[in-house]
Design a binder for this molecule. Structure first.
Ligand code: PAF
Length: 274
């Protein structure tokens, strides 16, 4: 991979990179499409990174569909698929500890201790191998995107991070590899997550931040298989909670919900930074 990439750079080819954990869906393919459009060469990695799972069962149950993924990527026109083994990425344990200040103390970071440190470990390692000019990340993982940007800043890396919009099913359900683990009844229930988030954009016009949080949580908790883990309304840059709609010009609501045993995340932009 290193040799290939160095000869590409020597030939002045721009390299775009889409890191994934496989189980690809249209959300990933939208990143791939943009990557192909923007760069001479598009590289996709498929690697289920053990260091970002704080729950062994979640790691074991993560869908692994390498053959099907490679077929999708070939059809999409990807030039190189990089699917290393755990030993190749971590020949010895990665003991690096990143300091992201308050960015990883909230939401996913608070509920999945160590998760973002693992993400930073693997993404920095992959960036070091692939040396991309641009890398593509979905906005469904809103906090992850903020962490990656901060990591790139701290390590002074020369890679442009390209955020890509959430891809949804016609029902509104945000695409996720974890959706594969939902049965058909649960899938219908999970549609309520985006439905309530969209509805909350209306409530925002007349209700306080606290009331919107309470209404979103109550409405979703009332659905049989759903259990809200957190719903936070935050400044889109600092990811810290806001108390009033006037507190920021960039406001995002981020949610994690268990649907049965499957943990889903989604988010909604209340105020976009222009
Ligand atoms: O978003 C993901 O799929 C993963 O967190 C990533 C960025 C591929 C790192 O393992």
């Amino acid at each position: 991979m290193r040799d290939m990439v160095s000869s590409l750079h020597q030939n002045a080819k721009s390299v775009g990179f889409v890191p994934t954990m496989g189980a690809l869906h249209q959300g990933h393919l939208s990143l791939v499409k943009q990557c192909i459009a923007d760069n001479d060469i598009c590289i996709v990695s498929i690697f289920v990174n053990p260091t970002q799972f704080n729950n062994k069962e979640d790691l074991d149950k993560y869908p692994r569909t390498l053959e099907r993924d490679c077929q999708y990527l070939e059809e999409a026109g990807v030039n190189i698929v990089f699917a290393p083994t755990v030993e190749e990425i971590y020949p010895e344990p990665d003991t690096r500890q990143f300091d992201f200040g308050q960015l990883d103390k909230v939401m996913e970071g608070e509920h999945r201790p160590g998760h973002f440190n693992g993400v930073a470990q693997v993404v920095s390692r992959l960036f070091d191998i692939v040396k991309p000019d641009r890398a593509y990340f979905g906005q469904k993982d809103f906090q992850q995107l903020a962490i990656i940007r901060e990591m790139v800043r701290q390590l002074n890396l020369k890679v442009e991070i390209v955020p890509m919009p959430i891809v949804r099913e016609p029902s509104g359900l945000a695409l996720s590899s974890r959706n594969e683990r939902l049965n058909s009844e649960q899938k219908e229930e999970a549609v309520n997550i985006s439905k309530v988030l969209f509805e909350s954009k209306e409530w925002m016009k007349s209700e306080s931040v606290d009331t919107v949080i309470r209404k979103v949580t109550e409405k979703l908790d009332a659905v049989k298989d759903l259990r809200v883990e957190y719903y936070e309304i935050v400044d889109g840059n600092t990811l810290q909670s806001i108390a009033d709609w006037k507190d920021s010009e960039y406001i995002v609501g981020c949610i994690a919900v268990f649907c049965g045993e499957v943990r889903l995340i989604d988010n909604i932009v209340y105020k976009a930074n222009s």
